[in-house]
Design a protein around this ligand. Structure first.
Ligand code: C2E
Ligand code: CA
Ligand code: CA
Ligand code: CA
Length: 275
């Protein structure tokens, strides 16, 4: 490190510099991608354990990068959050998700992930209302998934937003349950309709007593609180069979389907209804 003209210390670390440059490139690329309409929603079914019937689909964002191909959300959502791009991107996701869902059969629900910055933004409730109205979608068919990070923020403001969303008639799910610091206290304080149990608890289902006990306990707890439970990341029949005995209402995972483009949904639903 050496001092620059104004007496500040500058660190000439080539590694850091390279990282900053990569970040700036990604930032510019992301802004361009939104304009160039390179984003696409994939959909993964959520299945009722008792009947194996598909009750809804979760929208999962992908970036169709001209050079890099399909880029998963973990690679760009954190930066989109940081630079505020998640607000227009998130609104696009809401609009698209509602528009797709309006074309699906019956009462199939659509689950949409909300990021913390999006949740904290002033325009969120209006954006949700606009997306529903534009698609003509029954609000009861839209489920918004939020993680614990959302609830770490100012509690009163979070509660107010949750109640305003619920007043629209949409449902709220707590995502990635069990991975944070105080999941239980959030269940007590916030009006969730559903709790999604994180994949790390599903992995050893049917194999270890611990994970069976945890799923059973969480499902029982949520039942008592009048919240439905969904187990995420169900990949095997063995895990699914173990679930069925634990009082968990729904399952989601590769066992039923990987997330797929909208055009493949009819085929996917047909395959699952025959299975
Ligand atoms: P998530 O909301 O917890 O979504 C579940 C992730 O697990 C998805 O990864 C899904 O493809 C993956 N998954 C589903 N079933 C299985 C399985 O059986 N095994 C395994 N190993 N994985 C499974 P994906 O699509 O890469 O999304 C990652 C995360 O990115 C999501 O986690 C969510 O937090 C975020 N995300 C995705 N779409 C959006 C979006 O539209 N907006 C925001 N804010 N975040 C999004
Ligand atoms: Ca989710
Ligand atoms: Ca999750
Ligand atoms: Ca997650």
């Amino acid at each position: 490190a050496k001092a620059d003209g104004r007496g500040r210390l500058c660190f000439f670390e080539p590694e850091m510099d390279a990282r900053m440059q990569a970040r700036r490139r990604l930032e510019m690329d992301l802004r361009r991608a939104l304009v160039a309409r390179e984003f696409e929603l994939f959909f993964q079914p959520i299945v009722e354990v008792r009947s194996r019937r598909v009750t809804g689909l979760e929208a999962l964002l992908r970036w169709n990068h001209p050079q890099q191909g399909l880029v998963p959300p973990d690679h760009f959502i954190p930066l989109a959050e940081e630079i505020g791009l998640i607000i227009p991107l998130g609104e696009w996701v809401l609009e698209q998700a509602c528009a797709h869902a309006a074309r699906w059969p019956g009462d199939t629900t659509i689950a949409v992930n909300l990021s913390p910055a999006q949740f904290a933004s002033r325009g969120l409730v209006d954006a949700v209302a606009r997306a529903l109205a534009a698609a003509g979608l029954d609000p009861g068919r839209l489920e918004l998934e939020i993680t614990e990070t959302v609830m770490l923020q100012d509690t009163d403001a979070t509660l107010t937003t949750l109640h305003r969303l619920k007043a629209l008639g949409v449902r709220i799910a707590m995502d990635d349950f069990g991975t944070g610091y105080s999941s239980l206290s959030y269940l007590q304080r916030f009006p969730f309709d559903k709790v999604k149990i994180d994949r790390c608890f599903t992995r050893d289902l049917g194999q270890t007593q611990q994970s069976d006990a945890i799923i059973r306990a969480v499902a029982g707890l949520c039942q008592g609180l009048d919240m439905r439970t969904t187990a995420e990341g169900v990949e095997t029949e063995e895990q699914f069979r173990a679930l069925a005995r634990k009082g968990c209402a729904e399952a989601q995972g590769y066992l039923f389907s990987r997330p797929c483009p909208a055009g493949e949904i009819p085929e996917m639903l047909a395959r699952l209804s025959l299975a």
